[in-house]
Design a protein around this ligand. Structure first.
Ligand SMILES: Nc1ncnc2c1ncn2[C@@H]1O[C@H](COP(=O)(O)OP(=O)(O)OP(=O)(O)O)[C@@H](O)[C@H]1O
Length: 262
């Protein structure tokens, strides 16, 4: 077995155990976009079953954003060929998000609509776990996007409960760098099926990714350090919020005036 297989298996196993992602006997909806991460995740979750004394069921669910490409059909062929239990949900989420009535970022609206559709499907199937393919780089990029464009320190969680625990989102690739996902999926010949979204590669994530890549090239330690930093927050050395400080209203008024240029 190649080293990359062992390495990715080890990181997925570590995430599953460390964050308590999967329980015996449950059914997991795996949200599959057709991209390399979720396609590999589906494959890895099934592969574990053949190797370990554990039991769970998988249902691959793809939400077709409706860009009139062949992608949903190609994915369905793949699921059938590989024997995966699956559901394809036809929607107009992508078209709507790029339509003239939408005033917000198309990626935000599309992701929100997709998430609601996935939650509903998990509920309909009686599944309490919904697995996403976010990898370690997705966590880091989200962290920077939130700082740079959302003015807050936040990323995403490897395990997150919704609706009082009715559905739990899990991200078993949380510890796997994107580059390892890519290497393994290429080695295993897992296809990547694109859905024709006109916004892919144009969003803020790509901007941040380019920036981070330039840092990673300078030192191999940076990626690991940033990921580690997300769970080692030294609040004692972070400034308190401006609106919680005595006399802060005056300070905020001053800042607002400066921003207006008046
Ligand atoms: N159309 C979709 N149908 C089902 N799940 C989806 C879809 N799009 C995204 N997801 C889920 O959300 C996760 C993150 O979405 P994102 O837009 O980053 O995916 P991607 O980069 O296009 O594909 P991937 O993460 O699979 O490589 C995916 O890994 C997948 O689990």
């Amino acid at each position: 077995m190649a080293f990359i297989d062992q390495e990715v298996r080890r990181l997925v196993g570590k995430a599953i155990h460390h964050y308590g992602l999967i329980e015996d006997g449950e059914t997991i909806v795996v949200a599959v976009s057709g991209g390399k991460d979720s396609m590999l995740l589906l494959w890895l979750l099934r592969e574990r079953l053949s190797r370990l004394p554990i039991r769970y069921d998988l249902v691959a669910v793809h939400v077709d954003p409706g860009f009139e490409t062949e992608s949903a059909g190609l994915l369905e062929d793949y699921f059938k060929r590989e024997g995966f239990r699956h559901e394809i949900i036809r929607t107009d989420h992508g078209v709507k998000a790029h339509g003239p009535e939408n005033r917000e970022n198309p990626c935000f609206l599309c992701a929100r609509l997709r998430r609601t559709t996935l939650f509903k499907k998990a509920h309909e199937l009686g599944c309490r776990k919904l697995a996403f393919g976010h990898n370690q780089d997705d966590f880091i990029e989200t962290f920077f996007i939130n700082i740079c464009y959302g003015a807050q320190v936040a990323a995403m969680l490897p395990k997150q409960e919704f609706f009082n625990g009715e559905v739990t989102v899990i991200r078993p690739l949380a510890l796997v760098p994107a580059e390892k996902v890519e290497r393994l999926s290429r080695r295993l010949n897992i296809p990547v099926i694109r859905n024709g979204c006109p916004s892919s590669n144009k969003n803020k994530r790509m901007e941040i990714r380019t920036l981070l890549d330039s840092l990673y090239r300078k030192s191999p330690k940076v990626r690991g350090n940033v990921f580690h930093a997300m769970s080692h927050v030294n609040l004692a050395y972070l400034p308190p919020p401006l609106n919680a400080m005595p006399g802060s209203s005056t300070l905020l008024q001053t800042l607002a005036v400066q921003k207006d240029g008046s």
